[in-house]
Ligand binder design. Structure first.
Ligand SMILES: [Zn+2]
Length: 112
């Protein structure tokens, strides 16, 4: 179980969510990636994990309209495309952040 980040900052201008973790590491995840990786049942098959949402349909002017804490383990993100059913656990955010950072650092990394 991942501890909650100490800080979450929504940078609307560059469409990036900035997360600061308890060990001091900082991750940046683009809105587009978060929206594409939305774990809700409408965007992802609950059983197979297969993505239902086509990332090509995500609007380029994507904005975060709200962040609502869910218990002590997750945050619900609301987008300006009207979608707000995605619950992102700290585990999910940590994983996405690590992947984003890795892809930036190693441009040869292919999506597994
Ligand atoms: Zn969703």
């Amino acid at each position: 179980m991942t501890d909650a980040p100490t800080n979450i900052k929504a940078r609307q201008a560059d469409q990036t969510l900035e997360l600061t973790w308890q060990d001091g590491s900082v991750h940046e995840i683009t809105y587009h990636k978060l929206r594409a990786e939305c774990p809700c049942a409408a965007c992802r098959n609950e059983w197979t994990g297969e993505r239902i949402l086509d990332p090509m349909t995500i609007r380029p002017d994507l904005k975060l309209e709200g962040m609502e804490p869910v218990g002590a383990y997750a945050v619900r993100l609301a987008w300006n495309d009207g979608h707000s059913s995605g619950l992102f656990t700290w585990d999910t955010l940590l994983l996405l952040g690590q992947n984003s950072t890795k892809i930036d650092a190693e441009s040869t990394q292919s999506e597994a």
